[in-house]
Ligand binder design. Structure first.
Ligand code: GLN
Ligand code: ZN
Length: 759
């Protein structure tokens, strides 16, 4: 007896086949039938992989041509007014990506992952109607291949909780409209087979919920369970514990609860209750969102713990969440250090881990066949090697980090800023940019040619210098006041630093879906982190040597480096981030010694690392702020520290921002006038702020007039002495023509506003 369960599987394909065909279809070089053909092949292959690995519970409807939340909206006919004239794939992709006449639906992060879903738009002007065809077809597709699947569905509480109302109001008001559609859907599903399992994903149960939402759980699941006697319902949560919901769900007739015991070990506290209810526990014990090979011994220990309370026959062994959040397979990683590769496990390899652990748990070691015995030995060996390897553990780094006692900069911010203004001599409403300038095809080619040894170091450096020269010349000519070098040597703000830090690894094929056809390939932190040598000093100093203006040094902050990487699981995240912070503090010291007077430490991903639960948010904020401050602790009073954050909603984190103690923060407020700046005034924020005055995410060039108005709006909230004027993020995705015109207009707007203020 072994019951192996996978919450969901990646769909982009091991060679990103789905990405390729979708992008060809959008570029009109492939027809929709080709998309369907590739999709069918991928589904079939993915089901077979899982079957061959011995997975008992394989999903259908975890596949999607773009996103499952979008699929759910389409299934219910929740189509925003602006798309209603469309149908079929045209409708589907217009909702996802926008078209000539309508903007796309809003996209946002799926809980605390880097996967993005399309936010449903509900409105009382709309009526909803079920179209179950995707689910029915996918179920039958698998059945034809001889594979009986469980059907994955996003649960009603999560669907509504993540929706927004086009007509204002609370989405949960639509419970009475949407639940009958779920019942109708279950009726349809009930006819598909004699006995059928539905997995209902309710990740929203992993967040703090108010009593109103909690009160919806019981009626929802009582009603869904009543629809059809041949349906088994498994309610699955992940990324955190869901103890409040569990307390309610045990009193409904659901068949199983899926819980994440890795990212929410508090779920263990619910086991007594579940055991009493006699329900199954789908035990998420193999990490579905990281790349480390599990330790079979440890995983087994966790399962044994669970079985102290819940009968073995009621336990299923599962991934902690959908494997969507891990890369597909290690089999194409042929350039990776072989010792390190042994420590890793992507989605395909995780299937085998689950099978092995489950076999051991249910049937004992004696039941293993030869291959399984080998797999077990290899797992033990890999874990031992990782535990002892000098690639991972450096006494020197550990001691250095432990003995680091400088936790903040000298002086208080008001004195520091006064001193800096005196020395740096910048004006009120000083103009600057966020760091990157357009990444041209030539510069991309130079980087990749150099990486592939097609050009020499000399040739490469000549290209970079040429770019910097031109970039500096443009900024001077344009009249910008604090300059940047433009970041031509960086393809990515985390990878660039990862490549130069010890303890960082890179994959060839570690792609993870971010949204639609877009994938990211995060680097991974496997060992203690240190900085063998300066990382940015040469380029920044070169750029500074080309101008008499102040050249701003540009670094990525410790928390962002951490949040955009896969992080080792044998050390607390806060400890890893502290190691990065200490390395960065050395970099800052080197920059100021080289004569750099302003240094920006980007924390673009500071907010997205926030945990789902309040009590853990406090812990996160504590070490995240500590590590930002450690990173900049080496900056002398007269060195001005800037930071940049890529969002605009600061209301709930304003105190944390204040604690970070940066002299200047630039933020993304261009799309909301001065509304979002007001919180800075409310809390009496005294340091300097650069609220982006135009949106760099659009190719549109804002006029001088527009920006004058925007600056005047800002001045209604904060005094000129406190404001910097800049675009709202880096310019690397824009074209030079757009950037040149927009920045000229921005500088002109500042000139006009200053003149008015002086008059
Ligand atoms: N300095 C970086 C840039 O300008 C910041 C990017 C970001 O915030 N995402 O590209
Ligand atoms: Zn940004």
């Amino acid at each position: 007896m072994s019951k192996n369960y996978i919450v969901g599987f990646p769909r982009i394909g091991e060679q990103r086949e789905l990405k390729r065909v979708l992008e060809s279809f959008w570029a009109k070089t492939a027809g929709f039938s080709e998309v369907q053909k590739v999709a069918a092949e991928l589904k079939a292959r993915h089901w077979e992989y899982q079957r061959d690995a011995g997975v008992d519970f394989i999903s259908s409807n975890d596949f999607s041509l773009y996103d499952n939340m979008l699929d759910t909206s389409v299934m219910f006919g929740a189509i925003p007014q602006r798309f209603k004239h469309l149908s079929g794939e045209e409708l589907y992709f217009a909702m996802a990506r926008g078209d000539a006449s309508s903007v796309a639906m809003e996209m946002t992060k799926w809980f605390n992952t880097n996967y993005h879903y399309l936010v449903p738009e509900l409105s009382s002007n709309d009526s909803y109607k079920l179209d179950a065809s995707k689910i029915v077809n996918e179920y039958n597709e698998a059945k034809k291949l001889g594979i009986k699947t469980k059907i994955n569905i996003i649960g009603p509480i999560t669907y509504l909780g993540l929706s927004k109302r086009a007509d204002r109001g609370d989405s949960y008001e639509f419970w009475g409209k949407i639940l009958p559609l779920y019942e109708e859907l279950f009726k349809v599903i009930g006819t598909l087979d004699d006995e059928i399992t539905i997995q209902i994903d309710e990740p929203i149960f992993a967040k703090e919920l108010n009593t109103k939402v909690l009160s919806l759980i019981k009626p929802t699941y009582d009603r869904l369970c009543a629809v059809s006697p041949n349906i088994n319902i498994a309610v699955v949560t992940y990324f955190e514990h869901s103890n409040e919901a569990t307390k309610i769900l045990v009193h409904t007739p659901i068949w199983a609860l899926g819980l994440d015991f890795l990212y929410g070990d508090e779920n263990l506290d619910s086991l007594e209750l579940i055991a009493k209810s006699g329900k199954k526990v789908i035990a998420g014990v193999v990490d579905g969102r990281n790349i480390w090979r599990c330790s079979v011994a440890k995983t087994l220990g966790l399962l044994e713990n669970i079985s102290l309370v819940v009968k073995k026959e009621n336990i299923l062994v599962s991934s902690s969440c959908s494997l969507l959040h891990t890369p597909f397979t290690l089999k194409y990683e042929d350039k990776m250090n072989s010792e390190i590769k042994e420590w890793l496990s992507y989605a395909l390899e995780k299937l085998d881990e689950i099978s092995l652990v489950s076999k051991l748990f249910f049937d004992g070691e004696n039941s293993l066949n030869k291959t399984q015995k080998e797999a077990l030995n290899s797992n033990i060996k890999a874990n031992q090697s990782r535990k002892n390897s000098t690639l991972v553990h450096s006494k020197r780094v550990q001691e250095r980090v432990q003995n680091h006692t400088k936790f903040q900069r000298d002086g208080i911010s008001s004195e520091r800023i006064a001193l800096q203004r005196e020395i740096l001599g910048y004006k009120d409403l000083a103009t600057t940019t966020i760091g990157s300038f357009p990444q041209t095809p030539e510069i991309r080619k130079a980087r990749s040619d150099f990486k592939n040894s097609l050009i020499s170091k000399d040739e490469y450096e000549k290209e970079i210098k040429k770019y910097i020269d031109e970039c500096v010349a443009f900024q001077e000519e344009c009249g910008l006041e604090v300059l940047v070098h433009g970041e031509p040597e960086r393809n990515d703000m985390v990878e660039y630093f990862g490549e130069q830090l010890s303890g960082y690894g890179f994959s060839q094929n570690g792609w993870v879906q971010s949204y639609g056809s877009r994938c990211v390939k995060p680097p991974f932190i496997y060992g203690d982190i240190s900085r063998p040598k300066p990382m940015t000093v040469e380029w920044i100093s070169y750029a500074q040597s080309r101008t008499n203006h102040i050249m701003k040094g540009m670094l990525t902050g410790p928390v962002t480096i951490l949040n955009w990487s896969f992080v080792r699981d044998d050390m607390a995240r806060g400890e890893v981030s502290k190691q990065i912070a200490v390395a960065l503090s050395d970099e800052i010291d080197d920059l100021q010694k080289a004569g750099i007077k302003i240094i920006q430490v980007d924390e673009a991903a500071f907010k997205e690392g926030y945990p789902l639960r309040d009590e853990k948010i406090k812990i996160y904020e504590k070490w995240a702020v500590r590590d930002f401050k450690i990173a900049v602790s080496s900056a002398k009073k007269e060195t001005q520290i800037h930071t940049h954050m890529c969002y605009s909603e600061f209301n709930d984190i304003i105190n944390t921002i204040e604690d970070m103690d940066a002299d200047v923060i630039s933020i993304e407020t261009a799309r909301s006038g001065n509304e979002l700046l007001k919180i800075f005034k409310e809390v009496g924020y005294k340091k300097e702020v650069g609220p982006g005055v135009y949106d760099i995410h659009s190719p549109r060039v804002p006029s001088v007039d527009e920006m004058v108005k925007q600056i005047e709006l800002l001045l209604e909230v904060l005094p000129k002495e406190q404001l910097w004027i800049n675009p709202d993020c880096g310019l690397k995705t824009r074209k030079w023509e757009e950037v040149k015109q927009a920045l000229k207009n921005m500088v002109e707007a500042v000139r006009i506003v200053r003149e008015r203020l002086d008059a």
